[in-house]
Design a protein around this ligand. Structure first.
Ligand SMILES: [Zn+2]
Ligand SMILES: [Zn+2]
Length: 143
């Protein structure tokens, strides 16, 4: 397979020692198979139900899929300010430019934190209600 951006031959490597990717030694982009993007996200956040939809606002590009050479689609990744390319042909996979892998992980850590914050806020609110409740009970008890 050749790099869709600079045509250099892709080499297989282990990303973070756990995901097999086809990486470009020249422009440092990488190709992820369909399930490998999910595994990349799982590094930071593995709650699939809370991730939201993956693909938004897709449009066709001129960039060829390294598998089948069909033009890939560009899409907005999970409504973040990040655009990735993918091949829609029988779910070939995703192309990440240099640094976009780190942005995927950063986006997922952010989402994990936001969800934790939401959970914390709900817990705090429940505590407030509980305190209010026992305060009112005490007050009413005195009357
Ligand atoms: Zn390249
Ligand atoms: Zn393809």
């Amino acid at each position: 397979m050749n790099c869709p951006k600079c045509s250099t031959e892709l080499i297989q490597k282990y990303y973070k020692g756990m995901i097999e990717v086809d990486a470009c030694p020249n422009c440092r982009g990488m190709w992820l198979d369909v399930h490998e993007l999910d595994r990349l996200e799982d590094v930071a956040f593995d709650d699939d139900a809370q991730k939201g939809s993956l693909i938004h606002f897709q449009k066709k590009t001129e960039i060829p899929c390294p598998h089948c050479a069909m033009p890939m689609h560009e899409f907005q990744y999970r409504l973040y300010d990040l655009k990735l390319d993918y091949c829609s042909e029988s779910g070939h996979g995703f192309w990440l430019d240099a640094g976009e892998d780190e942005r995927v992980i950063a986006a997922m850590s952010q989402r994990a934190q936001n969800i934790q914050r939401k959970v914390d806020a709900e817990m705090e609110w429940k505590q407030v209600l509980k305190n209010m409740h026992s305060f009112l009970k005490k007050k009413n008890g005195k009357q």
